[in-house]
Design a protein around this ligand. Structure first.
Ligand SMILES: [Zn+2]
Length: 104
């Protein structure tokens, strides 16, 4: 499946516990149809200390979300929107369905 969301895009979460949150895409996992959004879907990983008796660490990280759970926020009009992808030679443009302005 081709994804229209790229690294560093701003996206809005449309379903789930983080609905309404907006964040930057920090990782795209096209094989799994997932994206990782900064500050969204927070999870914790516990790391045990290698030394006995010492406290382990709790690391907070953003868990992956299904691409269908987020909507791209148009960098031109700032609204969450669907987009149309067009190609001009090798260059791929995305066009916002709301404001009709093309962006990369
Ligand atoms: Zn727009």
């Amino acid at each position: 499946m081709k994804t229209s969301i790229k690294l560093n895009d701003q996206v809005r979460v449309i379903v789930g516990k983080d609905r309404g949150k907006t964040g930057k895409v920090i990782q795209v996992l096209p094989e799994d149809h997932m994206v990782v959004v900064e500050g969204v879907n927070k999870m914790f990983k516990h790391i045990r200390s290698p030394k006995r008796g010492e406290k382990g660490q709790r690391i907070e990280f953003a868990g992956p979300l299904r691409i269908g759970k987020v909507m791209l926020v148009c960098p031109k009009c700032g609204k969450p929107t669907r987009i149309t992808v067009t190609r001009t030679g090798k260059k791929r443009n995305r066009i916002c369905k709301k404001c009709k302005i093309a962006f990369e």
